[in-house]
Design a protein around this ligand. Structure first.
Ligand code: PEP
Ligand code: MN
Length: 351
């Protein structure tokens, strides 16, 4: 259920509505919008008791949200969610495209710095590298763990890039959250509900990758798990699904972009690296993703892909990444977007 406040409702009136909802034993989620604030209600099984919500001061109407996902839905929040990063002009969602680049795994300080330097020169704002890796084989490289997180922190410091890295399990989540600006939940964990809930208790943006066979509703329900705990900064990421096609590692489902945007206010990025698994398919699919309306691209870049400890065949060279930035910069205005050029740290910012 959703309480729509009047446009002129005061903060006190909104607070009183939230208190009332909580007194009924539910959870209140105030979602400020451009025109008005809506307060989502969760915690009810079946129809929530409306109590006398409609009579409270400042309330315009109380409506039922029929979709399974509530807080992720446009019924609750009409405007697109834009996630901002204190101290920079970087955003995810909104008019600027978010470019997230880096190696699949952080393998060493030298490797990470070499790649960070080159992608920074191409103008990215987000650096991504795995410290904890979900690998199909227990014998494959599992990531450097804390050592990699420390390297990422140094990169953040030196280049001003915001850091995206994956939390593999609830045990490492808090540690990852200390170092990351955005916490990635991988495709295999998209329905790890305890991990999603724990990430929802943090106050850091969470990037949820689509599960290997997840429907649109399952994908949005993963976001809903995070949001239901009070963390509304969720970013979706399409990374390809399993099909019979064998010309690519996965089938990148770009049609999910308009499908998500129709029903949800959350930003959606596209990962053409895992989405194709093949270096030569990455750039064409990145172009297509931006043309289809993606809010940004998450891509694996390696300065020596043939030596990469994970996902070498799908990692593009830094020069190819530079070309990608150039081409996406040309496509962006056609779809009323723009490609931010590089990191600008606001003067005097401490974060
Ligand atoms: C990754 O991002 O390196 C990764 C393992 O992705 P996914 O969870 O989409 O397979
Ligand atoms: Mn990878």
């Amino acid at each position: 259920m959703l309480v729509v406040m009047k446009a002129q409702a005061t903060p006190e009136e909104i607070q009183a509505v939230c208190d009332h909802i909580e007194s009924l034993g539910y959870r209140a989620h105030p979602m400020p919008g451009a025109q008005r604030t809506a307060v989502g209600i969760t915690g009810n099984q079946g129809e929530a008791d409306r109590g006398n919500l409609e009579e409270l001061s400042g309330v315009a109407e109380v409506i039922r949200v029929s979709k399974a996902y509530k807080l992720a839905s446009r019924d609750v929040k009409e405007e697109d969610t834009v996630i901002r990063f204190a101290g920079t002009d970087a955003t995810i969602g909104g008019r600027g495209l978010a470019m997230v680049a880096g190696p699949c795994s952080i393998e060493s300080r030298e490797q990470a710095f070499a790649i960070a330097e080159q992608v920074t020169a191409s103008g990215v704002q987000f650096f991504r590298g795995g410290a904890y890796k979900p690998r199909t084989s227990p014998y494959a490289f599992q990531g450097l763990g804390l050592e990699a997180l420390r390297i990422l922190a140094e990169i953040r410091e030196q280049f001003g890039l915001r850091i995206v890295t994956e939390a593999l399990d609830t045990e490492s989540l808090e540690l990852v959250a200390e170092y990351a600006d955005v916490i990635q939940i991988g495709a295999r964990n998209m329905q790890n509900f305890s991990l999603l809930k724990r990430a929802g208790r943090l106050r850091k943006p969470v990037l949820v990758k689509r599960g290997l066979s997840a429907t649109l509703e399952e994908f949005l329900m993963a976001a809903e798990y995070v949001m239901s705990e009070g963390n509304y900064e969720v970013i979706l990421c399409e990374r390809g699904v399993r099909t019979f096609a064998d010309h690519a590692r996965n089938t990148l489902d770009l049609s999910i972009i308009p499908a998500v945007q129709r029903v949800s206010h959350l930003p959606i990025l596209v990962d053409p690296s895992h989405g194709t698994g093949k270096r030569d398919q990455v750039l064409p699919m990145a172009r297509a993703a931006v043309a289809a309306g993606a809010d940004g691209i998450l891509v694996e870049v390696h300065h020596q892909p043939e030596k990469a400890l994970s996902d070498g065949p799908q990692s593009i060279h830094p020069e190819q990444f530079a070309r990608m930035m150039d081409e996406l910069g040309q496509i962006a205005p056609v779809v009323n977007r723009q490609l931010p050029r590089g990191i600008r740290i606001e003067a005097g910012a401490t974060e």
